[in-house]
Write a protein that binds this ligand. Structure first.
Ligand code: FAD
Ligand code: FMN
Length: 609
């Protein structure tokens, strides 16, 4: 199947087996964006669909890359459906909602004709918030709602990504579809949601995709078997690429915005181990901001950009037979991909085709250990491997005390494989931080090696990072009392809160009472920052003290919860029970009581996991 046009059908992929091991591919919308800027092509979605004779636009809103990956997969698989009524292929293109990519105007969605449709693949983040790159769509949705706009012609499909451990489960897709429906838009099939609570997102995608493709068949689109076409041109750079290339390339993945800073290399000033015993590591790392434009405020997050471990890069290079090209960047053209053509036997080919259609078979497959294919083309790997994403860490320093230094508190995570206890799946970034911190591992399993930090160690070890604003902020008035609840490394932002308030107290400011709950596995080994807290906080820290939270909240205290989504939800329930008992309210009112605190910004949560 030929692409409809060069700009829409072909994306240039740049694959970097760099010395730093980054894998990068240029997103179709970047390519589109460049084309748009150069030719001043229309930003009108409806017009673009007509001009390109496309059937559909896929919108994805993603914080950590999952929605983006599924949007890519869906677009690719849709290419195997022929549109019977349109001469050209069933062409899709993608649009990122802002962040410096193509800024197509959402407001034109109302003009999309009834023969076309839109797909929305949107994740929910924070506390029921849209992802950073959904800001443009979100503004438009608010306008549709507030200005009572009509969208009678618009037909759409919607799939939400979320996790039912979070209180506002899949809120974003619900809000978006409610507004679209109220404006008269028509869902082609009912919206569906993915629940990542039990790592079910992949299966939920299969299930939704099955329904979407069933609908395509009803609409008259014909499926055809699609053999992989090795029509790619690979242009290698003449020699190995250097460190600077990587800085440029990771910047393309990330756009500076109102909430996120640019990515900068930050020198490590100091590091120390926080666990006193045991086989785990929890690292306190301090990063230097002195010569950088990047700033932060107490309670913000920092995104750390890892690289791939050397062992993994070697393995991939070996599998692809690219040992001699290991450190070379190259450019290729994108093409449509399917696994089945690489099967070694007809039976296995049939099996692969079967699992691509059946959720049950797919589930069985992912429980099996491995599949054997012929040598995979490089282009297939490029299409399938998602770009590396940063991991976020709550900043554990105070911007009042250390404005040019960012501290993070990172637990090193390793998962052992059942049946092979000496083999671990390493958490990528936390092990990367462990290596950058130059601290010994407490784990019994060997740690991976990363060249990235070694290479730049000439100027002092650095990590690539960006700062991200959060809503987890101390009250402006320091005399406001606080209730803080955390467990494990979610102590991080509270370390910043507590040292800041201790400092304010030390310089004579009025500082409200702080009630601090902290959960840890063992007081002896895991009570991180124990000594520091005792020293600096004195009377203002009441660790592990079960005083009456309600009294404090009634007296105007702010409540802050940091930790796992489950913990935050349980605290909601406990407080609501306590409110009910203490105040004798009717069943629905405790929720209204806590919701009112949240609305007034008196109850905030920084929840992950
Ligand atoms: C807003 C926010 C703030 C945060 N703040 C902090 C903080 O202050 N401190 C902190 O320590 N963390 C914090 N986190 C968590 C942090 O971002 C990372 O998720 C954490 O460090 C793990 O990242 P990683 O790259 O090491 O692990 P990953 O590589 O992302 O792996 C995660 C887990 O999955 C397992 N795994 C990976 N690949 C596979 C596979 N193929 N099969 C099976 N299992 C696999 C790993 O063993 C590991 O247990 C925060 C997260 C968010 C969103
Ligand atoms: C910090 C954080 C906050 C989250 N908040 C919510 C939430 O409020 N509601 C929800 O349903 N899912 C929430 N999730 C789960 C994500 O939506 C889910 O993991 C999704 O697959 C992420 O997709 P993305 O990578 O495209 O952003 C949250 C995940 C994280 C890491």
């Amino acid at each position: 199947m030929k692409p409809a046009s060069t700009a829409d059908g072909i994306a240039i992929l740049l694959f970097l087996f760099s010395v730093l091991g980054y894998i990068y591919f240029e997103r179709p919308q970047v390519q589109d964006g460049e084309a748009l800027n150069k030719t001043t092509a229309t930003r009108n979605i409806a017009q673009r669909l007509e001009e390109g004779r496309h059937k559909c636009v896929i919108f994805w809103g993603s914080q950590s890359g999952t929605s983006e990956r599924f949007a890519e997969t869906l677009a690719r698989e849709c290419a195997s459906m022929e549109v019977s009524t349109v001469r050209d292929s069933f062409a899709f293109w993608h649009q990122c909602f802002g962040g410096g990519f193509v800024r197509l105007r959402c407001r034109d969605l109302g003009q999309v004709s009834k023969s076309k449709f839109a797909m929305f693949i949107l994740s929910t983040y924070g506390e029921g918030d849209p992802s950073d790159n959904t800001a443009g769509l979100w503004d438009w949705i608010e306008r549709v709602k507030n200005d009572k706009l009509t969208l009678k012609e618009l037909r759409y499909l919607a799939w939400g990504l979320g996790n039912s451990n979070y209180k506002y489960y899949n809120r974003i897709i619900d809000v978006v579809t409610d507004v679209l429906d109220a404006a008269g838009a028509t869902p082609l099939i009912p919206k569906q949601k993915a629940d990542d609570a039990n790592s079910g997102t992949e299966e939920d995608f299969q299930s939704w995709k099955d329904d979407v493709f069933a609908m395509f068949r009803v609409m008259g689109f014909e499926e055809r078997s699609f053999d992989y076409q090795l029509s790619i041109e690979v242009i290698f750079n003449a020699g190995p690429d250097d460190v600077k290339t990587v800085t440029q390339n990771i910047s393309v993945h990330h756009q500076r915005s109102a909430t996120c800073s640019e990515i900068v290399p930050l020198s490590i000033k100091s590091s120390r181990e926080l666990f006193t015993t045991g086989d785990r590591n929890c690292i306190h790392l301090e990063l230097d901001l002195s010569h950088r434009q990047v700033g932060y405020k107490t309670g913000d997050h920092i995104g750390i950009w890892p690289c791939n471990p050397e062992e993994e890069i070697d393995r991939l290079v070996d599998v692809l037979g690219l040992q001699s090209r290991r450190n070379h960047a190259f450019t290729i053209k994108m093409t449509c991909l399917h696994l089945a053509p690489f099967a070694l036997t007809p039976e296995f080919k049939a099996f692969l085709l079967e699992i691509s259609k059946s959720r049950n078979r797919y589930e069985r497959l992912i429980l099996s250990t491995h599949i054997t294919l012929t040598l995979l083309p490089l282009s297939f790997v490029l299409e399938s491997v998602p770009a590396l994403q940063p991991r976020y860490y709550s900043i554990s320093s105070s911007s009042v005390i250390a404005p040019r230094r960012i501290a993070i508190t990172a637990l090193v995570v390793n998962k052992t494989i059942s049946g092979s206890l000496d083999t671990a799946i390493h958490g990528l970034t936390s092990n990367y931080i462990l290596l950058a911190a130059k601290l010994p591992s407490n784990a019994s399993v060997p740690t991976p090696s990363f060249q990235h930090t070694e290479l730049v160690s000439l100027e002092g070890t650095k990590v690539f990072a960006h700062a991200r604003k959060s809503k987890f902020k101390l009250p402006i008035n320091s005399s406001t009392p606080l209730v803080l609840i955390s467990a494990g490394t979610s102590f991080a932002p509270f370390r910043a809160f507590l040292v800041e308030r201790a400092k304010l107290h030390a310089i004579g400011k009025s500082v409200g009472k702080t009630l601090f709950f902290f959960g840890c596995r063992s007081q002896d080994s895991d009570f991180i920052y124990k000594e520091e807290m005792k020293e600096s906080l004195g009377q203002h820290l009441v660790a592990e003290h079960s005083a009456n939270v309600l009294d404090m909240l009634d007296a105007g205290a702010n409540m802050y919860i940091c930790g796992r989504a489950n913990m935050a939800r349980e605290i909601d329930v406990k407080i609501e029970e306590a409110v009910k008992e203490a105040k004798g309210l009717k069943k629905v009112e405790p929720r209204a009581w806590t919701d009112a605190l949240k609305k007034r910004g008196k109850w905030r949560a920084d929840v992950w996991g």
